[in-house]
Design a binder for this molecule. Structure first.
Ligand code: ADP
Ligand code: F6P
Length: 492
């Protein structure tokens, strides 16, 4: 690690607003209720100095937890030449301190590309065939988690609530305990959790379960994930959870909770409404004419089911020829983790399939599939959602999937589009009025798209009204308050 400051940081002031954090109304109400300082820890930290679009649900969902006075700690996004061991560098924006450390290039490769995204990510998305495990990667993962803990400790105050996020940092709580940290520690997993038969494929599965049990509260996106985690706790740690999903391990009471993430739906709806006036929206509208739009917005990740989605669109054009020339599919797939082999393979695969579909169905004045791999600004995406007749969200497995919620929030209530949603996205537990599909079945997805394209205005409105009520009630603010409520509560 390259560590720039040895002591608790002197906070630099600067014009540092990230678009995510700027002027959230939810921040005001959360602020009044917070008595302990919240310390958010995540690998990816929204940069207060750069306003570039970031693809990824974590930063979006956590914006509301970053209230005035809180600290957000994580990776700077920089890779350093050498490993060293000092302290984090800090910047502040709207009263939130962002403290970050660099990760040495050699460690980053093994930690991020190796264990986190080469082993844990595929495993937790039920893709054991893509799992690549080796000891040096795992050692680097442990080392980076240790370095995070070492750099955080000097910044901590008694009473701080430490909230660690996601699979990149599963062993950090145990490292903090080893350094003598007594604060309440919570961990939230943004991605799915798997049952013991799958988790045990990973050689250090039991060590990971033990390390996570250094937390006071462990949160998940769905009831299925909670159940899978508890099954693992029983099977690998030999604990006995009570009816409140609490168990004792190593002298500590651990509570396992369900706290699904959401978005600030009202704010997003306003963004979408205003986005109609942006040049990007105007260009999209002009390019479509009166054709219908099917839209996919994802990171370019194999968990998102993009090849299967392309195939389903091909099936739509094949099986329902009335949509030829009458519909366009736009897939925005922001490049992600491009140093990991399976992501490179996916990109080549998508290039090929997009070419196949366009080669088969294009006309001299109509190209059915538009596919782009660079990130798009958040407000432009909001406007695209609003124009889209179908929001196509078909991951093979997803923790929650915020795109589904953003799509619902962005619709014009008087003439809304239709959400086609994979049954394997966490969001499907909640958003039951979407057209729920099995993403592995191209014909089923094609039929759902067809059904959405011909659906009556009345049915679209009814489905959308129910979905919107849900998206409005399970907000990012509620997620943060719920989790922090559990973390603040005395031990069960
Ligand atoms: P994940 O966290 O796996 O990336 P989510 O659907 O939960 O998936 O969150 C994705 C977030 O990133 C959403 O807020 C979405 O708007 C944003 N996003 C996804 N794809 C893109 C893209 N291609 N360009 C810009 N932002 C994107
Ligand atoms: O939501 C899952 C997640 O992995 C987050 O932890 C992360 O911020 C986001 O997706 C994007 O991934 P990455 O940080 O690897 O670009």
């Amino acid at each position: 690690m390259t560590l720039v400051m040895a002591q608790p940081p002197a906070v630099e002031k600067g014009p540092l607003a990230s678009s995510i954090l700027a002027s959230s109304p939810a921040k005001q109400s959360t602020r009044a209720m917070v008595t302990n300082r919240t310390v958010i820890v995540s690998n990816r930290v929204p940069s207060p100095t750069e306003k570039a679009a970031t693809a990824g649900g974590l930063a979006v969902a956590l914006a509301d937890a970053a209230t005035e006075g809180s600290l957000w700690f994580g990776w700077s996004g920089r890779r350093a030449d050498e490993t060293s061991n000092e302290a984090a560098i800090a910047l502040s924006d709207e009263g939130v301190t962002f403290a970050t450390i660099d990760i040495a290039e050699r460690e980053y490769q093994k930690f991020y590309n190796g264990f986190a995204n080469g082993a844990l990510w595929p495993l937790l998305h039920y893709r054991t065939g893509l799992l690549r495990f080796n000891r040096p990667d795992y050692e680097a993962y442990l080392a980076v988690n240790r370095s995070f803990a070492q750099a955080l400790v000097p910044l901590l105050k008694p009473g701080d609530l430490i909230w660690i996020h996601d699979y990149q940092l599963m062993t950090m709580a145990a490292e903090l305990r080893a350094l003598g940290v007594k604060n309440r520690i919570g961990f939230f997993l943004h991605v799915p959790f798997v049952p013991p038969s799958l988790l045990q494929v990973l050689p250090p599965a039991t060590q990971l379960m033990a390390a996570l049990s250094a937390c006071d509260v462990i949160g998940f996106q769905t009831a299925g994930d909670v159940a899978a985690f508890l099954e693992n706790a029983v099977a690998s740690l030999g604990v006995t959870p009570d009816q409140n999903n609490c168990y004792s391990y190593d002298g500590r009471q651990v509570r396992v909770v369900l706290t699904p993430i959401g978005i600030d739906a009202k704010k997003f709806a306003k963004l979408a409404e205003r986005a109609e006036l942006t040049p990007e929206a105007a260009r999209l509208h002009e390019s479509l004419g009166d054709r219908a739009l099917v839209l996919g917005v994802d990171r370019l990740d194999y968990s998102k089911g993009l090849p299967q989605r392309f195939d389903a669109f091909g099936r739509l054009l094949y099986a329902y020829p009335q949509h030829r020339r009458a519909v366009n599919f736009l897939q925005i797939a922001a490049r992600s983790r491009q140093e990991v082999g399976s992501y490179q393979t996916l990109r080549r695969e998508l290039d090929r399939r997009a070419g196949d579909i366009n080669g088969e169905f294009s006309d001299f004045d109509w190209v059915p599939l538009r596919y782009m791999t660079h990130p798009v600004k958040r407000n432009a995406i909001a406007g695209f959602y609003r124009r889209a007749n179908i929001g196509l969200v078909t991951p093979l497995r997803d923790g929650m999937n915020l795109v589904a919620k953003e799509y619902v929030a962005a619709q014009d209530e008087s003439n809304p589009g239709v959400l086609v949603l994979s049954k394997f996205a966490g969001a499907a537990d909640e958003l039951t009025e979407a057209l729920i599909v099995n993403p592995f079945d191209a014909d089923e997805v094609a039929t759902a798209m067809h059904q959405g394209l011909i659906m009556s205005l009345k049915e679209r409105r009814e489905r959308h009204a129910s979905l919107l009520a849900k998206v409005r009630s399970t907000t990012a603010q509620r997620f943060c308050e719920q989790f922090l409520g559990y973390l603040r509560a005395p031990r069960a």
